[in-house]
Design a protein around this ligand. Structure first.
Ligand SMILES: NC(=O)c1ccc[n+]([C@@H]2O[C@H](COP(=O)([O-])OP(=O)(O)OC[C@H]3O[C@@H](n4cnc5c(N)ncnc54)[C@H](OP(=O)(O)O)[C@@H]3O)[C@@H](O)[C@H]2O)c1
Length: 202
């Protein structure tokens, strides 16, 4: 098979339903487009309504089936609202979850404030854990599915002034491995990807 002439039949995702968090720009945007191009119906979210609203128009032009709603994944009630929306959009069934939304900052460990600690843990780790928990009944209702965590090389190695970011991604890797063991019985695969530095608009 030629990579440049990817076989849509071999790699078809027609009939699959996917939630990709943080799909209005950057890596998440590319994931949304890739899944939609392969035929999946996708829902995505981000915090900035104006930016998010610009996306469906572009996706409609490409005939992609993508919807979006505003959600700050660091907020527990907003995560619950998001999953209610997803449940309704996909009639209670989800087959792909990509926990992509995340952020980071460069700062000496000794200078990180309590607020910054809570913010990064909630955005990068707690959100992925809770959204995956919320997605569980929808994945099970589909007879199984795939959960992908967008981790980072920073979760595999120590990096100066990125200790907190590295911690969130390292914990995400452990979460992935444990869930992979725990949810295999439901036919739910759990994997993490660990990108290196990727230039995005943010
Ligand atoms: N770029 C890299 O070099 C790199 C390397 C390794 C791993 N990663 C990981 O890849 C993921 C995506 O990174 P990126 O570089 O593509 O980031 P990005 O360009 O900043 O885009 C992040 C996306 O997530 C959304 N987002 C951020 N915080 C959110 C929140 N609290 N709730 C909902 N949506 C939120 C953003 O929209 P709003 O701002 O409007 O909410 C945007 O759509 C992150 O988990 C990151 O840690 C990135």
């Amino acid at each position: 098979m030629e990579y440049g002439n990817r076989s849509k039949t071999r790699w078809s995702l027609v009939g699959e339903t996917a939630l990709v968090t943080g799909g209005s720009k950057g890596i998440g945007y590319a994931i949304v487009e890739e899944l939609a191009e392969l035929g999946a119906t996708v829902h995505t979210c981000s915090r900035n309504e104006e930016e998010l609203n610009k996306c469906p128009q572009k996706w409609q032009e490409k005939k992609f089936k993508v919807t979006g709603s505003v959600c700050d994944v660091s907020s527990r009630p907003e995560r619950e609202n998001l999953m209610e929306t997803v449940k309704s959009v996909f009639q209670g069934r989800l087959t792909i979850l990509v926990n992509n939304a995340g952020t980071g900052f460069i700062k000496a460990a000794e200078e990180i404030t309590e607020k910054e600690y809570s913010f990064l843990m909630a955005t990068n780790l707690e959100s992925a854990f809770h959204i995956t928990q919320l997605a569980h009944p929808l994945l099970k209702a589909s007879g199984g599915g795939s959960v992908v965590f967008n981790s980072s090389l920073a979760g595999l190695q120590g990096i100066e002034n990125l200790s907190l970011y590295c911690t969130t991604k390292g914990a995400m890797n452990q979460l992935t491995k444990s869930l992979a063991c725990e949810w295999a019985k439901y036919n739910i695969r759990c994997n993490a990807v660990a990108p290196g530095a990727i230039e995005t608009p943010s």
